[in-house]
Design a protein around this ligand. Structure first.
Ligand code: ACO
Length: 195
């Protein structure tokens, strides 16, 4: 599995993974805005494992006893996760700088818009790696002094990742932040350039 910068060619696959993994979804132009404005900040985890098998099955090239193999139903074989580069996207982090002109913050600061890893690739450390890359880029390239994000109160896995693994702190609870009425933890982590 490779972790690399996200490019414009990845945004469809990123949007698909987001639709699959999270109820908070964004229009394609919002992904594009991230990648065009802060090209160094967002990352994808990809693999080329079984992409050939998937394409063979989908195009019906593999035949058994003269019969075309039935189309796969498992989501991991969904062609929409295959980026233009021929890799299968298994995770992403979409990150940005805070560019809200009404923001009261005086220091430059970053924001994690969305993070997810496909189910079969979880608990392998991918989310941690994606996040560390994004935090490093926001700090090094964009001079972010801190990074913020929101997470559902019920999202145990993400909360563990942010609080315990990455040392984010809960700043406040934002009541009914999500469309379904769930509260969010607003979290922040200060960033320091390593000397
Ligand atoms: N239960 C408890 N802790 C967990 C879990 C879990 N199921 N999964 C991850 N963690 C924590 C642990 O502290 C773990 O460290 P450890 O393995 O040493 O114990 C740490 O996170 C790192 O785990 P990773 O393997 O890097 O995490 P993974 O690649 O599995 O991805 C993620 C975690 C992104 C939360 C994944 O479960 C996922 O995609 N969930 C659905 C989408 C989602 O909730 N995204 C975050 C929304 S918030 C936002 O986007 C700003």
């Amino acid at each position: 599995i490779t972790i690399r910068h996200a490019t414009i060619d990845d945004i469809l696959a990123m949007q698909n993974a987001n639709l699959h993994n999270l109820p908070e979804n964004y229009m394609l132009k919002y992904y594009m805005y991230h990648i065009l404005s802060w090209p160094e900040a967002s990352f994808v985890a990809t693999t080329t494992d079984d992409v050939d098998d998937i394409m063979d099955q989908l195009t019906g090239e593999e035949e058994e006893d003269g019969k075309i193999l039935s189309l796969p139903t498992e989501t991991k074989l969904d062609p929409s996760y295959i980026a233009h580069t021929g890799e299968k996207l298994v995770g992403y982090v979409l990150a940005k700088m805070n560019d809200d002109p009404d923001s009261k913050e005086t220091e430059p600061n970053g924001h994690i818009t969305s993070l997810s890893v496909m189910r079969t690739y979880r608990r392998m450390g991918l989310a941690e790696k994606l996040m560390r890359q994004a935090l490093f880029a926001l700090c090094e390239v964009h001079k972010a002094k801190f990074v913020s994000l929101h997470v559902r109160q019920s999202n145990r896995a993400a909360l563990h990742l942010y609080r315990d693994t990455l040392a984010f702190q809960v700043l406040s609870v934002e009541s009914s932040y999500y469309q379904d009425g769930e509260d969010a933890y607003a979290m922040e982590k200060r960033l320091e350039l390593e000397q």
